[in-house]
Ligand binder design. Sequence first.
Ligand code: G1P
Length: 292
Amino acid sequence: MTQRVRKAIFPVGGLGTRFLPATRAMPKEMLPVVDKPLIQYAVEEARASGIEELVFVTGRGKHAIEDHFDISYELDQTLVERGKSALLDETKAWLPTPGQIAYTRQMQPLGLGHAVWCAREFVGNEPFAILLADDLVMSKTPCLRQLIDVHEKTGGNVVAVMDVPKEHTNRYGILDLESDDGRLASIKGLVEKPAPEKAPSTLSIIGRYVLLPEVFGQLDRQEKGAGGEIQLTDAMAKLIGKAPFHGLRFEGRRFDCGDKVGFLEANIAFALDRDDLGEAVRDVLAQYARPR
Ligand code: G1P
């Protein structure tokens, strides 16, 4: 029996320079896909996957995220006065319960591994999840739930993976495979952002992880890796051989919302998927699809 995965870390300290000027005074995690901020998709996915406690690793200028997951007296009052209490009820359905979200600050931008390490006291000695809000997944079963299901069977560490074009290996953590049944791959090595000619495969980590707390022991060493940053991938690589380590080719479609085209594509895909917008958006797209 594995211990239940109850806690999730959301690293949200990044500067979002790729989306300037939009992110000058607004966290990149608050960018909306259709009408919902990226971070809310990640939180909803975590809760739908059985996560009960959430910790956000934030940084300067991220207050909008805390406000988003809090009561807004003025707004709520106005909605009631205007007879829009249905909107208010909708909000109450996704707002976390008091005490369910904790916030800690990364203080220095030293890398993803460092951000995760900042949440170590909150997680303690149990398996936990990490969700990167930039990676948005549209799927029937929440992507994180798929990982937890594997973790409950195999134990150990499980990361979400997908094949990427060879020329993109330098954007991801890449797997060195021991075995692979086409869905689940057993991992014998991990490399952060290798050049295409050095990459051991094209199977890449996307931002969903279920990890054992032993990873904090590795992150304690504060060793710098690719790009001079403290890399989560390097700390995970040191766990290989000590417990099972799997990559899951999850069911679903992933959008790289850290990239402008990926973000725009997510907006189109999520809008097309909506009953209230799908048809209108399809009509608009048809106009643009005409040959120039
Ligand atoms: C991070 C990780 C990388 C992973 C990626 C997924 O990189 O370091 O291993 O493949 O997220 O999106 P970043 O996108 O923060 O550069």
